[in-house]
Design a protein around this ligand. Structure first.
Ligand code: AMP
Length: 216
């Protein structure tokens, strides 16, 4: 199974990707996590990444692609891409990269949520700066308020989840996603998941859709 998840920031891709990987034994590849790790390492690339990320802008394609290529080449099993590709250039480059590795994508899932519903999701999102686990104060609270379930670290609001940055990220998303959806539709591997329900109901629908797709 080689799956890519598309959807607006806050549509739940990260949470669902982790659950899909657990269900089917796949490797979770989040471009956001990979870019954040590089930023935290403070490398020359990381310093550049920080400028874009903290402003809610996409990291330039060339930089994103070289990091993703490095990680994708190392995967030895099925995978779920989360947050990548985010531009048509990335989608086309990914296609070439996977074709060369003889491991093309066999499913692209678009997590569909009306943009108006997303701002509410962002305002409650909290993350663990140590292990990157994601929580939501209403829909996915940690066992102890403000603390990570895995390592007890104090949870934080991501710099790019601040309201003014969220608006920027959503408008960037709208501009770039339509051509990507058209691209995958043409390739014939695109399916849509209604991601407006509860996290558990979206997981159930997603897993059923994946099973059906790979049984056909
Ligand atoms: P995410 O964790 O997927 O919401 O991504 C957080 C931020 O990382 C985005 O706002 C971008 O600045 C950057 N980012 C993540 N994935 C990509 C990508 N595929 N291309 C460019 N920038 C990305």
């Amino acid at each position: 199974m080689r799956i890519a998840l598309l959807g607006a920031p806050g549509a739940g891709k990260g949470t669902q990707a982790a659950r899909i990987c657990e269900e089917f034994g796949l490797k979770h590849m989040s471009s956001g996590d990979i870019l954040r790790a590089e930023k935290a390492a403070g490398t020359p690339a990381g310093i550049k990444i920080k400028q874009y990320m903290d402003a809610g802008q996409l990291v330039p394609d060339e930089l994103t692609l070289s990091l993703m290529r490095e990680h994708i080449q190392k995967i030895e099993k099925g995978f779920v891409l989360d947050g990548f590709p985010r531009t048509l250039v990335q989608a086309q480059a990914l296609n070439r990269m996977l074709f060369e590795l003889d491991r093309p994508l066999n499913l692209v899932l678009n997590f569909d949520v009306p943009l108006e519903a997303l701002a509410r999701r962002f305002s409650g999102r909290r993350i663990c700066p140590t292990c990157q686990a994601v929580y939501h104060i209403e829909s996915l609270p940690p066992k102890v308020a403000g603390k990570c379930d895995h390592d007890g670290t104090a949870l934080i609001i991501r710099a790019d989840d601040k309201p003014e940055v969220v608006q920027q990220r959503l408008s960037t998303y709208k501009e770039t996603m339509d051509p990507i959806l058209a691209y995958y539709k043409k390739l014939g591997c695109l399916k849509t998941v209604d991601a407006t329900g509860s996290i558990d109901s979206v997981t159930k629908a997603t897993i059923e859709k994946i099973k059906r797709h790979f049984e056909d």
